[in-house]
Design a protein around this ligand. Structure first.
Ligand SMILES: Cc1ncc(COP(=O)(O)O)c(C=O)c1O
Length: 463
């Protein structure tokens, strides 16, 4: 299997980046009922090659520029494989002490790498945990905020429909989902407007909070984003933080992809203001070479989180838990069971070294900035939003239909893969540079392909 994966990475550019199959193509080749008798690994792998592979979109291709990435690396794959082999279930310290203690240590390393305030470290009042996704982290933060605000009564009596939360119009949809799950109600979620850089307008946030208080409602939670999904916009953390403190809101920072950039000292400023936050999360499974899933969730006051999520049935009681001397991470997230995810993170950080990680992040940003410069100096294309890090949003001057066609033509061709967004009513292509093996050559090739495809389309369909 290791050889298979190594060959796959070596040959990855031979596949169309975006899978070209049609709905049902894969399922129709699979038997309707499970085999009664054992089949050999050879037979299974033959089907992987002939049936599964055509249905794969190659996220690890250096020509993958779509969405936000979900990058991976050799040490990560090996760490994940080891985790599968050990098959550890780390719900309690006692169910595998190494699973808990390695996680605590590696997350404290990360807190230092990101220059987070001490309050987010396990040696102070706070701490951190690996969760599956940024969505789960946002839900955990929201639940802890709800409980802190209602003095832990909502867990007892249920919600009363009077708590209000705030996000910007650009905040990731996972927060809206969390609002629904946590029983806050979508009607109690305020979408705050953004400025010309697509960042939350803090004066509008304060006005909305004051309005809600006048109407007898209870503001309790705000989510600020560092690196919005659409355009990588960065909300003003310090201003939002001051407002949160003034009105006693829980401030969560979602830095799902962009957070990784803060391990480079020259980009650490994107987290300025984090000292005012109650929680922060980012995904090494997006941009830090650690395969999906791996979200790191930091809280300033771990007791609020644990008090919200802790339940101790008889069958989980044990001496270590009762001694109070250990961390039981089951109390830090929604589910009980948990994988040994810190292994892959540990492998990645050790094998790259902090400087190695920084080098690759700096390279991604440098290439994206170069691409943005090409767009700026082009007569045909516009840069549609600021490009602070590794995402460039651009559009051809020929209008929305043309850009839609441009995107579809490039993706159909299979050489590379882009996705789109809409910014101020413009249909926009997104170029996100964060794949582990993307080099300047790939980026140059992409720019040439974009220009040529646009030129061909202009010839066939002059606007
Ligand atoms: C800013 C932001 N937050 C949250 C998420 C959700 O991430 P996850 O899949 O880890 O829940 C995304 C996904 O792209 C994102 O861009």
């Amino acid at each position: 299997m290791i050889d298979w994966i190594a060959d796959y990475y070596e040959n990855i550019e031979k596949y169309p980046v975006l899978s070209q199959v049609k709905p049902g193509d894969i399922k129709s080749q699979l038997p309707e009922i499970a085999p009664l008798e054992s089949e050999s690994m050879e037979q299974i792998m033959a089907d992987v090659n002939s049936i599964i592979m055509p249905g794969i979109t190659h996220w690890q291709s250096p020509n993958f520029f779509a969405y936000f990435p979900s990058n991976s690396s050799g040490p990560s794959v090996l760490g994940d494989l080891l985790s599968s082999g050990l098959g550890v279930q780390g719900m309690l310290w006692a169910t595998s002490p190494a699973c808990t203690e390695l996680e605590t240590r590696v997350l404290d390393w990360l807190a230092d790498m990101l220059q987070l305030p001490d309050k987010f470290k396990s040696t102070s009042e706070g701490g951190s945990v690996i969760q599956d996704t940024a969505s789960s982290a946002a839900l955990s933060a929201l639940l802890a905020a709800r409980e802190r605000k209602t003095k832990y009564q909502t867990n007892e009596t249920g919600t009363r429909g009077n708590l209000v939360a705030y996000v910007s119009s650009q905040t990731h949809s996972s927060v809206e989902k969390a609002i629904k799950i946590a029983g806050i109600g979508k009607n109690n979620l305020r979408l705050i407007g953004v400025d010309e850089n697509m960042a939350m307008q803090s004066d509008l946030l304060e006005t909305a909070i004051i309005d809600d208080i006048h109407n007898g409602l209870i503001p309790f939670f705000v989510c600020a984003t560092v690196g919005s999904t659409s355009t990588n916009a960065i909300d003003p953390l310090t201003e939002i933080g001051k407002i949160s403190q003034k009105y006693e809101l829980w401030m969560h920072i979602d830095a799902a992809m962009a957070g990784t950039a803060a391990i480079c000292p020259e980009y650490r400023h994107i987290l300025d203001g984090i000292e005012l936050a109650d929680s922060f999360s980012f995904n090494p499974h997006k941009w830090m070479f650690t395969n999906f899933d791996c979200n790191c969730f930091f809280v300033a006051d771990r007791s609020a989180l644990i008090k919200t999520l802790s339940i101790l049935p008889e069958y989980l009681k044990n001496q270590a838990t009762e001694s109070g001397a250990v961390i039981d991470y089951r109390d830090w997230h929604i589910q009980l069971g948990r994988r040994f995810r810190s292994l892959k993170l540990w492998f990645v950080i050790r094998n790259y070294g902090v400087n190695g990680l920084r080098y690759h992040i700096q390279e991604h940003i440098r290439m994206a900035q170069q691409f943005a410069e090409w767009i700026r100096s082009s007569d045909e294309f516009d840069l549609v939003a600021p490009a602070p890090l590794n995402l460039v949003c651009f559009a051809h001057k020929n209008g929305n239909e043309f850009n839609r066609e441009l995107l579809e033509t490039i993706n159909k061709n299979g050489e590379m893969y882009f996705t789109h967004t809409v910014v101020k009513d413009r249909y926009v292509l997104r170029m996100c540079i964060a794949q582990t093996h993307t080099t300047e050559e790939h980026v140059r090739k992409a720019w040439k392909n974009i220009q040529k495809t646009a030129a061909d389309l202009t010839l066939t369909d002059p606007k």
